[in-house]
Design a protein around this ligand. Structure first.
Ligand code: ADP
Ligand code: MG
Length: 321
């Protein structure tokens, strides 16, 4: 007998671990969440469409992890603490193998990032995942894109470019060692936005963004909103061993600059915050790299360690262009 909408929700989504902020979760008309005293709500929604944002035959467990990690990286960019998320799921059919694997990956991410599933909607149609995330910050403390300050240092978390390399793996267009292939596959399906570290950023950083469309494109948003320019030191870009070992340096750099799907953070902070930032990064086992500095002169200048200016394509991924 085919699975009804309510059986599907009961079997695959209602058992998710709940959290202290969720007063009423799945099963009522609205989810009810508690905010801490003096907090503001941060909310964001992300939609992933099969064939556009992920391969139609994508690994469902990886997809479950990735769709939540990608959505919550926006909360990280604001320095917010996760409270809960809703899932609007559009499925061509109720494929139980797919649903079991997807909900398993999603629930592992939900537990790892301490963000409970508190509601959603289930409909039939082309495979589409839409996640609304909710988090909180102390009133007035949300990190935004437009508040960077001249001379701020520019930082990124994690490694960049590996998720882009996974697209070559999926396309079969690259000879890769098994270790590099696994590293790229893992980076694509299991992004690790630094959510706990991110909560230390309000008060230390001036502006932040998550890197979803590629560093150049996302940094470009910070610069445009803040009406500033920057020097970016390309030899400082954090490149994994797998990326450096698999590609020439120009390609590795291009993937780190424009690849996208990294779900790491890029933020600017005054030099006076440097020591504290490095301590927080160490405490949370986050790889943190200073990759440049902001300036009053508009535009982005990419320099190598020899002081040469490099021409780069500023494009990130864009729909409708
Ligand atoms: P309503 O008709 O009031 O919108 P639904 O019948 O769509 O409610 O959903 C019933 C309950 O199940 C609601 O609490 C809703 O939030 C939850 N829900 C529906 N689909 C999902 C899903 N994919 N994941 C989590 N919760 C869901
Ligand atoms: Mg409904």
């Amino acid at each position: 007998m085919p699975l009804s909408e309510f059986d599907l929700i009961r079997r695959y989504f209602a058992p998710f671990q709940q959290g202290p902020a969720v007063v009423t979760g799945i099963g009522d008309d609205c989810a009810v969440l508690s905010l801490s005293a003096g907090a503001q709500l941060c909310t964001s929604i992300d939609t992933l469409v099969a064939g556009v944002h992920f391969p139609v035959d994508a690994d469902p467990a990886g997809l479950g992890w990735r769709c939540l990690a990608a959505a919550i990286s926006d909360l990280g960019a604001c320095g917010a603490k996760p409270l809960g998320f809703c899932l609007a799921l559009t499925l061509p059919e109720a494929d139980e193998n797919w649903l079991a694997a997807f909900s398993e990956g999603l629930s592992r991410a939900s537990e790892a990032f301490a963000i409970p599933l508190c509601g959603g909607d289930t409909t039939r149609g082309p495979l589409t995942l839409s996640l609304q995330v909710m988090g909180e910050v102390a009133s007035g403390c949300a990190l935004l894109r437009g508040s960077a300050v001249v001379d701020d240092e520019l930082w990124v978390t994690g490694m960049l470019g590996d998720a882009r390399a996974a697209l070559d793996l999926f396309a079969g267009s690259m000879e890769l060692t098994p270790a590099a292939a696994e590293a790229f596959r893992h980076a694509y399906y299991y992004p690790q936005p630094p959510m706990v570290f991110a909560r230390a950023l309000p008060g230390l950083a001036n502006a932040a963004i998550d890197i979803s469309d590629g560093l150049l494109a996302d940094l470009g948003h910070v610069l445009a909103s803040s009406a500033l320019g920057a020097e970016l030191w390309v030899d400082k870009l954090p490149l994994s061993e797998a990326l450096r070992g698999s590609y020439d340096i120009e390609t590795a750099r291009a993937y780190a600059l424009s690849g996208g799907d990294d779900y790491q953070l890029c933020f600017s902070a005054p030099a006076s915050a440097r020591e504290q930032l490095l301590r927080e990064a160490q405490a949370h086992a986050i790889h943190l790299t200073c990759i440049g500095q902001l300036s009053a002169e508009p535009g982005l200048r990419c320099l190598d360690d020899a002081g040469r200016t490099l021409a780069v394509q500023p494009s990130g991924y864009q729909h409708f262009s």
